[in-house]
Design a protein around this ligand. Sequence first.
Ligand code: KIV
Ligand code: NA
Length: 279
Amino acid sequence: KQALNIVKMKQMKANGTPISMITAYDYPSAKLSEEAGVDMILVGDSLGNVVLGYNSTIPVTLDDMVYHTRAVARGAEHTFIVADMPFMTYHASLESSLSGIRRLMQEGHAHAVKMEGGAEIAEVVKASVQAGVPVLGHIGLTPQSVNQIGGYRIQGKDPEDARRLMNDAKALEKAGAFAIVLELVTEEVAAAITRELSIPTIGIGAGRFCDGQVLVYHDVLQYASPYRAKRFVKTYADVGSIMREGIAQYVEEVKSKAFPSEEHVFNADEQVLTSLYGG
Ligand code: KIV
Ligand code: NA
């Protein structure tokens, strides 16, 4: 199977073929996502919430991202993998930003990186693209700025906010981003941005008219996640219940001595017994 690339993604937008994206954080989640036929995998810094148990993405480090991206790359060798640049790793200088991106790609084996922000990060987006790095933008609700935004709120509800989102999207396109994630944006504003841009928009809580959709792995599968279900999420399987039941059954069988049973046992022969107990 041929990996999707950013040229094909633009064609998908032009042809009206929706782009499917899901997050993954390790070998099994990446492998299952690839086997299920997802177009793109995001090693999101939502890692902090759903895998590491933090209550925001802010504690996630570049080392965390490199480590998990590398595991994802081993599990999904034929899928286009985007890795998140974590909190404050693309703001201090172009030099330090590029060195972090280099690690995600050379050590993590990501094909592209994602950065949160609009016009204010256009310079680092442009420098990355000039260095040969495909960059996925991310505007709307940007969780790394949650303490500045004051909560996980819907974006694009008032005219000023909508205009800012449109300007940010255009600035990212101009800087060379290959696509833009729109998170928690009103459907009308997301649709307008999608129409206005030549690059694909990938929505999460951004309505029906984006060029693609992305969801968090643990939300799609209801796989033990610390946060409550949000309205924009659709859960397709209740994997968490199945796993919990499986583990509970194992514990129960250990306690009742139903496991291990004869079929799980390795036997020694007579000679061994004699050597232990005999003569
Ligand atoms: O980290 C993440 O999972 C994300 C998606 C929600 C877009 O950034
Ligand atoms: Na993220």
